[in-house]
Design a protein around this ligand. Sequence first.
Ligand code: 5RP
Length: 227
Amino acid sequence: MSAEDQKRIAGEAAAQLVRAGMTVGLGTGSTAAWFVKALAARRLDVRGVPTSEATAALARELSIPVVDFDSVGRIDLTVDGADEIGPGLSLIKGGGAALLREKLVWEASDRCVVIADAAKQVVRLGAFALPVEVVAFGHKTTANRICDVLAELEFSQMPRLRTKDGAPVRTDGGNLIYDIACGSIPEPARLADALKSITGVVEHGLFLDLADLAIIGTPDGARQVEP
Ligand code: 5RP
């Protein structure tokens, strides 16, 4: 079974968790797009809080009412993809450069469900390069600070500015992304704290203690994993 089919199975299963009247956080990426499509197909009376301009455009195209994040108090349920799902549902996210808005929406949600194809499940985080969002002003200086912090934690890797077609990738908020090819992250919470302490770092892609449930698409159907 293709990864795309697994993503579709996970997205469709997650759409079944939505009830009429809910405010739903809409994730970003190819797996989250399957969820948004499956949710739209249910034609429930819900409102969506998108985590990116791309998801907002998809939701509008599919006639899911989109509301401003600041106009809702809490979000009932957020469904989103991930780049890696590790032990305890620790996650790496941000492959689609939406990690800041995603984390804001996740943290405002009563329940967060991560959906993915089976290849995303790993025994230890870090094979996927960890995205770190930084402000554009002084970003090379911030990258040097990130290097220092990585060295203190005994990582030898350098952060790499994410580019596309020769130009730096800009997030929806106008920031830049540095990717750190850690290889393996033995203590995700320690790295998360250290990165957050750097002025100029807006957010990182480690989502720890946030996911309540993972739904993994498999040839045998949707498999649920709890923390
Ligand atoms: C975007 C994300 C995505 O959820 C993550 O990159 C997974 O994407 P996909 O479902 O396309 O594999 O974190 O910032």
